[in-house]
Design a protein around this ligand. Structure first.
Ligand SMILES: *Cc1c(COP(=O)(O)O)cnc(C)c1O
Length: 429
């Protein structure tokens, strides 16, 4: 009876019987993986609770503050909590950090000086960082300030090219940036262990080089974070994993005390550093979002694994594949055609709680070098810990799917994306 009601509900939502059955059959094979994800969430939940307890989080931390924000209890305690979660000396967690790109730009600009060189040993960085660094010329880039950039591409199998990395490390190399997640690429994402090996290698050559990890989409996917394996700085966005879907804005930088102080002076102003920056009433959402983040990330991971297995079974290329271990919440599906990518995104949109009636179309989004289509019926604009899909309209026409605040929503979104592809005749089950 119960099963019947559930299937009827799916049908009423627009999922055909064929799509529903196909999904159910694949889901039934994923139980062990889902159990493992739940265990990781259990551990990370305790890690967050412990950090909150140790920092003595209390109701006073949620108070609205305005103006300069001197002695902002909520802000100062939250920064301790983040340092506790990431096991770092210090952290900067603020609504004044507009997004992940901003957090990364602050961390880089704060810790590099004219004449220094930035090295990316893990290939091309995330699209929006190209302008931050000046790979694509841009107003105010690091290049304009005399910071040079070097990149060592990954080997064809997606691993680090240690020989070339060693050659690329020179006298001027000041900071090494490592992107954990694949972002808009089809390379593998790196495990925390792999990042640890790379950091150890870099530090053996030059112990004083700053190792920064772009941690976007990676938080709480594993038991440890890059800061547990030697990263001097970890950086991310609060409208991704650690915001738990509740943070309406923000970014974080966690790491070594002196480097975080540099970041604070860059974010606000020399001399003011961490002391200013009112929290404007967002603190409860930052704390509560962090509290929820481990289970939200688990829901998103289950969705990513279901999507990988469904689309693999349909004959599409998927990265990671259906069986691989996970190091971030992103799932790439190579649909191979613009029509496929558009239908997928429209399906995700149609399953959303917000803006489900709008039809996403490709557009020239700032910071990206091709048209991009984005599906997101999100409570927080552009939030990609919420169920969302993005695709640059260029070969290999891969869609990057991520998020899902709850597992049932992630599942509905994936089934709906498949439904749209089936309806368009792009997939036959
Ligand atoms: C999302 C992301 C960024 C940029 O974050 P925004 O909040 O979109 O500015 C940087 N690096 C990676 C790997 C990302 O996934």
């Amino acid at each position: 009876m119960q099963e019947e009601q559930i299937t009827r509900m799916y049908r009423d939502m627009g999922i055909s019987e064929g799509v529903y059955r196909f999904g159910a059959q694949i889901e039934s094979r994923l139980k062990d993986r889902f159990d493992e994800i739940d265990r990781i969430a259990e551990y990370n939940q305790m890690k967050v609770i412990r950090a909150m307890q140790e920092s003595r989080v209390n109701a006073g931390c949620f108070q609205y503050t305005s103006g300069y924000g001197y002695d902002d209890l909520g802000r100062e305690t939250l920064e301790k909590v983040y340092a506790g979660v990431f096991h770092t000396q210090s952290a900067l967690v603020r609504p004044q950090i507009a997004c992940g790109t901003h957090a990364l730009a602050v961390a880089l600009a704060a810790n590099l000086r004219p004449g220094d060189e930035l090295l990316s040993p893990a290939g091309k960085p995330y699209d929006t960082l190209e302008e931050v660094i000046g790979i694509r010329p841009s107003r105010g880039s690091l290049a304009e300030y005399g910071v040079s950039y070097r990149q060592v591409d990954l080997l064809p199998d997606g691993t680090f090219d240690y020989e070339e990395i060693e050659k690329a490390m020179g006298e001027r190399t000041k900071l090494v940036t490592i992107q954990r997640s694949k972002g808009y690429q089809t390379r593998p994402s790196f495990s925390v262990a792999q990042i640890g090996e790379l950091i150890a290698f870099v530090k053996r050559i030059r112990p004083d080089v700053i190792c920064m990890v772009d941690n976007c989409y990676g938080e709480f996917v594993e038991l440890t974070e890059p800061s547990d394996v030697g990263a001097d700085l970890v950086v991310g966005s609060l409208i991704k994993n650690p915001g738990g879907g509740l943070a309406p804005i923000g970014g974080y930088i966690a790491g070594r005390e002196d480097l975080i102080e540099n970041c604070a002076c860059r974010l606000t102003s020399p001399g003011l550093g961490r002391e200013v920056g009112a929290s404007l009433g967002v603190m409860q959402s930052f704390y509560q979002g962090l509290f929820l983040a481990p289970t939200v990330v688990a829901a998103a991971l289950k969705g990513a694994i279901l999507a990988a297995n469904i689309y693999e079974a349909c004959g599409f290329g998927v990265v990671p594949d259906g069986k691989e271990s996970r190091h971030d919440i992103i799932q790439a599906v190579e649909l191979g055609t613009p029509e496929g990518v558009i239908a997928f995104c429209q399906g995700i949109q149609a399953a959303a709680p917000v803006d489900s009636y709008v039809t996403p179309e490709p557009w020239a989004m700032p910071g990206y070098d091709s048209d991009v289509i984005m599906a997101a019926g999100a409570f927080v604009q552009g939030s990609s810990i919420e169920l969302s899909a993005d695709a640059p309209i260029k070969p290999p026409y891969a869609v990057y799917f991520q998020g899902g605040l709850t597992w049932p929503h992630a599942k509905l979104g994936i089934l709906m994306s498949l439904e749209y592809l089936v309806r368009k005749g792009l997939v036959t089950l």
